[in-house]
Design a protein around this ligand. Structure first.
Ligand SMILES: *[C@@H]1O[C@H](CO)[C@@H](O)[C@H](O)[C@H]1NC(C)=O
Ligand SMILES: *[C@@H]1O[C@H](CO)[C@@H](O)[C@H](O)[C@H]1NC(C)=O
Ligand SMILES: *[C@@H]1O[C@H](CO)[C@@H](O)[C@H](O)[C@H]1NC(C)=O
Ligand SMILES: *[C@@H]1O[C@H](CO)[C@@H](O)[C@H](O)[C@H]1NC(C)=O
Ligand SMILES: *[C@@H]1O[C@H](CO)[C@@H](O)[C@H](O)[C@H]1NC(C)=O
Ligand SMILES: *[C@@H]1O[C@H](CO)[C@@H](O)[C@H](O)[C@H]1NC(C)=O
Ligand SMILES: *[C@@H]1O[C@H](CO)[C@@H](O)[C@H](O)[C@H]1NC(C)=O
Ligand SMILES: *[C@@H]1O[C@H](CO)[C@@H](O)[C@H](O)[C@H]1NC(C)=O
Ligand SMILES: *[C@@H]1O[C@H](CO)[C@@H](O)[C@H](O)[C@H]1NC(C)=O
Ligand SMILES: *[C@@H]1O[C@H](CO)[C@@H](O)[C@H](O)[C@H]1NC(C)=O
Ligand SMILES: *[C@@H]1O[C@H](CO)[C@@H](O)[C@H](O)[C@H]1NC(C)=O
Ligand SMILES: *[C@@H]1O[C@H](CO)[C@@H](O)[C@H](O)[C@H]1NC(C)=O
Length: 525
């Protein structure tokens, strides 16, 4: 009895000395108190284990329940990155990496009621399923947290550790990266209330591979009920680049999801092609924001200067085939690329933007619309300021106008990518206002399922309908509303997909002959 009392007193005293703590089923966490950009207090709890370390016997296995602890766990250090080769070719991170960070404006007190719970946003990082982490260096919460949101950033296994699968093996079915993410979402359901978060209002958002991940969760039965709204930034489960390699157990250098084989009595993440799932109408129908950046391709220029490499793989055109040549010629003519040169930067950048990002986003939105009455909001991000963090890292990409891949992240998160570029962001500068504009739309959506629930933004962002493909263009100084973004270019790809190039080669050959004639005329000088 005496011992017990002493322990209780010590616990109380140490809680006081140690600052902010939160207790969850796994044990007690010590967090840190911080200040957001409006000067208000918030709390961070970092490096929380949401699954067992996937090491030893658990390597390549689906995520398992996390550890518990008896002493208070110090959760003031950022989560460790997963094992990966970074962009300089250096191996960093560790296999024991299934951790997440929680940032909250408020720690619940003992008599906290459900009425005070805050809307939750869970961010899934990008990096081609091979790189990056949910760490604060890249995804600092201070912009989003100022809108009274509970923010969670997560890690998931990368590369072969997240993708390992063996054909016809019920044990190694693959999609560990997405199963990790779903496991983290399950953790959020069980625990976020203890950080003042509302488990019934969870918005998942992500960019690039993270955007594709969000879309995969929309499609997966494993993620059903684990989230309520979704923001898909510059990525799509129906973009060919997000599809992985089967039997990856025998190959290396890949991290992408696959269509799993179905096994009796076993829950798979995904057992059908993403497009077929959308068309079946059998998926998690939640309100969505979907969009792309106007100059996505700048980030990749000039890595893919070969048009053949830019033809979407889901068109199933054999390299060097007549059908492929016909399409290449059609592309060259449409995008105004001179014959056999790739010197027209803008054309290649537009082509990259369209085939990798804009068209898959547009196509996903239109296919979902056929199946659901849940709102689908579409955006085109074109802001070009000192916050375009990705583009501004390099002189050659910085020279192009527009917003490239990942540039919108600089408006959602204070990232280390900022620091060399901007210095201080002055109050009421274009950058400062743009952060507030974008964060307000995203967090409004997280709170209401509608990014413009009232007229305080000065415009109304309408969802797409059968009659009007509504969208917003998020520019540097203002947001404009319109219909049919980049309409000619997206229509071009719509025609290519709908023309059944694969099924009607003879038509394409005819087309190619006529295009060749046109092209010779165009470029003969
Ligand atoms: C988590 O919070 C709930 C109420 O929100 C509370 O009932 C429960 O005791 C908390 N868990 C722990 C382990 O303290
Ligand atoms: C926590 O304490 C219990 C009871 O003393 C003990 O059985 C258990 O092993 C401890 N757990 C850890 C992770 O130390
Ligand atoms: C928690 O960890 C941080 C960072 O490692 C350290 O500075 C701090 O002293 C630790 N707090 C406690 C109470 O151990
Ligand atoms: C997997 O099973 C299918 C159907 O039985 C078979 O065609 C295929 O060769 C098998 N793959 C491997 C790698 O064993
Ligand atoms: C699946 O579960 C059912 C019911 O528990 C059982 O009868 C069947 O044998 C299981 N199948 C396999 C392949 O484990
Ligand atoms: C373009 O890529 C295709 C497929 O990778 C290849 O066969 C072709 O030789 C390449 N063309 C040029 C000009 O590099
Ligand atoms: C096409 O490529 C060939 C071989 O590289 C080159 O000699 C020729 O000048 C190119 N034509 C044009 C129009 O760029
Ligand atoms: C380059 O491509 C862009 C976009 O297709 C087009 O507007 C421009 O006229 C082209 N320039 C040349 C020199 O072909
Ligand atoms: C949308 O709602 C209308 C009216 O309730 C209904 O007739 C229609 O079937 C719904 N469409 C879809 C795709 O669910
Ligand atoms: C981002 O964080 C850095 C480092 O803490 C700080 O200097 C900078 O002012 C922050 N930027 C914004 C826009 O708040
Ligand atoms: C910023 O500059 C520092 C020192 O010059 C350098 O070490 C760091 O890598 C740079 N960061 C970025 C994101 O370029
Ligand atoms: C945005 O506003 C700033 C300051 O008012 C101005 O300098 C800049 O040219 C504007 N940019 C655009 C794209 O309109």
């Amino acid at each position: 009895m005496g011992k017990y009392l002493v322990a209780v007193i010590l616990a109380v005293v140490s809680t006081k000395c140690w600052g902010q703590t939160v207790t969850i089923g796994q044990g007690t966490l010590l967090g840190a108190e911080r200040t957001n950009r409006a000067g208000e207090t918030y709390y961070s709890f970092q490096g929380i284990p949401y699954a067992s370390p996937p090491i030893g016997d658990l390597r390549f296995m689906p995520p398992q329940d996390p550890i518990t602890w008896n002493d208070t766990r110090n959760a003031t250090s950022d989560l460790p990155a997963c094992y990966q080769e970074n962009e300089n070719g250096v191996v960093v991170g560790q296999e024991d990496c299934l951790y997440l960070n929680v940032y909250t404006p408020e720690i619940p007190d003992d008599d906290n009621t459900d009425e005070n719970l805050k809307d939750v946003m869970v961010f899934i990082h990008g990096g081609g399923f091979n790189q990056n982490s949910g760490g604060e260096d890249l995804f600092n919460p201070e912009f989003i947290i100022s809108q009274d949101i509970v923010l969670v950033t997560i890690n998931y296994r990368l590369g072969i550790f997240g993708a390992f699968n063996i054909d016809n093996s019920s044990e190694y079915t693959g999609n560990l990266q997405l199963k990790d993410q779903a496991f983290a979402l399950q953790w959020v359901q069980s625990n976020i209330r203890n950080f003042s978060g509302n488990p019934e209002s969870v918005t998942i958002f992500g960019e690039s591979a993270g955007g594709a991940s969000v879309h995969y969760h929309v499609l997966s039965p494993m993620s059903a009920g684990l989230f309520h709204k979704a923001i898909v930034e510059s990525g799509s489960a129906i973009a060919p680049w997000t599809v992985g390699i089967e039997n990856s157990g025998t190959q290396s250098g890949i991290g992408y999801p696959i269509v799993e084989q179905a096994y009796e009595n076993q829950t798979a993440f995904l057992t059908e092609e993403p497009l077929a799932i959308i068309e079946s109408g059998d998926y998690n129908k939640v309100p969505m924001i979907i969009g792309y950046n106007d100059a996505e391709g700048v980030a990749f220029y000039p890595r893919f200067a070969n048009i053949s490499d830019l033809i979407p793989a889901d068109l199933n055109l054999e390299v060097g085939s007549d059908e492929e040549s016909a399409l290449i010629q059609k592309i060259e003519e449409f995008y105004l690329i001179a014959a056999n040169t790739t010197s027209n930067n803008t054309a290649i950048i537009n082509l990259y933007t369209d085939t990798y990002f804009a068209y898959p986003a547009y196509r996903a939105a239109t296919e979902h619309l056929k199946q659901t009455n849940s709102s689908i909001y579409f955006y085109r991000f074109s802001a070009d300021t000192n916050l375009n963090v990705y583009k501004l890292r390099f002189e050659d990409t910085a020279a192009f106008p527009g917003a490239t891949h990942a540039d919108e992240l600089g408006y959602l998160f204070n990232t280390t990518m900022h620091y060399n570029i901007t210095g201080t962001i002055e109050n009421n500068s274009v950058e400062d206002l743009a952060i507030t504009r974008l964060v307000t739309l995203w967090t409004n959506f997280a709170k209401n399922g509608n990014p413009t629930p009232d007229d305080s933004q000065g415009f109304e962002w309408l969802p797409i309908t059968e009659d009007a493909f509504n969208y917003i263009d998020f520019g540097s100084n203002e947001t404009t509303v319109g219909v049919n973004p980049d309409s000619e270019r997206l229509q071009f790809w719509n025609d290519v997909y709908n023309a059944g190039i694969i099924n009607q080669p003879s038509l394409m050959i005819m087309l190619s002959v006529s295009l060749l004639v046109i092209k010779i005329n165009l470029f003969s000088n």
